[in-house]
Ligand binder design. Structure first.
Ligand SMILES: Nc1nc2c(c(=O)[nH]1)N[C@H]1C(S)=C(S)[C@@H](COP(=O)(O)O)O[C@H]1N2
Ligand SMILES: [Mo]
Length: 196
């Protein structure tokens, strides 16, 4: 388990880093109606592909954790995250035996049109502190921090924790996706396993 902190340790301001707003027409439309018609899509190598509205995710059992986020650029911050354990979502869709990785596809493209994405293995996916967070510090996740849903993965660096998650895909291998290295920053040379 990663260390957990208390309310007294919370950073006064939780920074916004990387994308601050996806800015696509699709995302702006979701913001317009407060993500009421947004749905998380979960598919790939699963027995039972599914879609979850934000209300449905909020209706599932949740976990709250106060943890320290470490960014490779040299800053850290402590925040309180609430969300649904990824394990519960995986139990609903039932991974097929050949599935080895969980890929998170984000809503934000860079200047070249490459979308942010990330991947983790099942050991990480079933870890109790691996959650799909929808609240930060007792409020709905702000746009800057990844609304409506972002990954929290408390034993790894910040870049693994995809913000603006739109779709989760279970795969056998990730070398066929984007740059082939399993993540947006990994495709530019960062480590795939970003242990702290
Ligand atoms: N979709 C998306 N996820 C992302 C990023 C991003 O630019 N886009 N930046 C990453 C990096 S480097 C860090 S440190 C954290 C920053 O999260 P924050 O904005 O909540 O501080 O998100 C990570 N996840
Ligand atoms: Mo980061």
């Amino acid at each position: 388990m990663a260390r957990e902190y208390t309310e007294a340790d919370l950073s006064p301001v939780f920074p916004v880093n990387g994308t601050t707003h996806p800015g696509t027409a699709e995302y702006l439309a979701w913001v317009e109606n407060n993500f009421a018609d947004w749905q998380l899509e979960v598919g790939g190598r699963v027995e039972q592909p599914a879609r979850f509205s934000l209300a449905a995710l909020r209706g599932l059992p949740s976990r709250t954790q106060i943890t320290r986020h470490d960014c490779v650029e040299g800053w850290s911050a402590i925040g309180k995250w609430k969300g649904v354990p990824l394990r519960l979502i995986l139990e609903q869709v039932r991974p097929r035996p050949e599935a080895r990785y969980v890929v998170f596809h984000s809503a934000d493209p860079d200047e070249l049109g490459h979308y942010y994405y990330e991947s983790i293995d099942f050991e990480e996916a079933y870890h109790p502190q691996t959650i799909l967070a929808y609240d930060l510090n007792d409020r709905p996740l702000p746009i800057g921090n990844g609304a409506p849903l972002r990954l929290r993965l408390e034993r790894q660096l910040g870049y693994k924790m995809a913000k603006y998650i739109m779709r989760i895909e279970l795969v056998e291998r990730f070398d066929t996706l984007a740059g082939g290295k399993g993540g947006y920053w990994e495709d530019q040379g960062y480590e795939w396993y970003a242990g702290i």
